[in-house]
Design a protein around this ligand. Sequence first.
Ligand code: 13P
Length: 285
Amino acid sequence: MPLVTVSEILTDARKRTYGIPCFIGATMEMTLGAVTAAEEISAPLILGYNEAVAPAIPMAAGMSMLVRAAKDARVPVATILDHGTSYDACVKAVRAGSSSVMFDGSHLDYEENIARTREVRRLTEPIGVALEGELGSIGGSSFEFTESAGTRQNFTDPQQAADFVDRTKVNVLAISFGNVHGPYRGDNALDLDIVRQVFQHVAIPLVMHGGSGLADELYPQIIDAGISKINYYTTIARKGALATAELCAQQGGNIIEHMLIARRIEFYHQESKRILQLFRAAGKA
Ligand code: 13P
């Protein structure tokens, strides 16, 4: 199965109203677990590499592994550089073979975000690499919560989103509507009307960052409102780490590395399958 771009698989997701998770992390266990789950239930999948989340895994190694896994998969799998912070980071991801990159200029002034995103577009467009842009700031990170994260003044303006897409020609757009990276707090409320309005104003697939940690029943509502790609990391990575710690404790000293790895792949397989099913991606490949 060829490696596909996020644009290719998300266009179908937008049309048929289902979601595709983008699993971040780029460990071998997460990657094999996610790909085998997608194959088992015939679901499309997105694998992301994020330099801030995985600084111990160099991009060349992490991204190349994702690309290899995508090419070997029996279902369509796209790879993406998550939150590319510079033009050079996007070049590195393209060199490692990624089908898609994200340039995140959401913290910049609006015109500067457009100018820098367009610069990356001049790199990606001629070589058939898909580009994700971001408008409206989500804030925080998968490891920490910032006070301004998820606040209304940072929400995406639907009219501005139309202008941004028109001028940058991004293929997919990440938006802000109360979603936050890392753990959700009690006072975070998602404004799905913003999603519905942006969906009406732009014709390309929409992306939700900070996708993990919500109640299961919210995901179909988020997808029905118009989100096609959901970036998913903190909750699955935390549960995975705790499951590993529990297994080590149960086994005492009687454990060796590859027993652990096999169990970890199985954990990520089961969790990825559950999430793909929750997002209605099963059977869509
Ligand atoms: P969470 O870690 O909050 O699930 O968000 C992941 C993400 O959006 C990475 O871009």
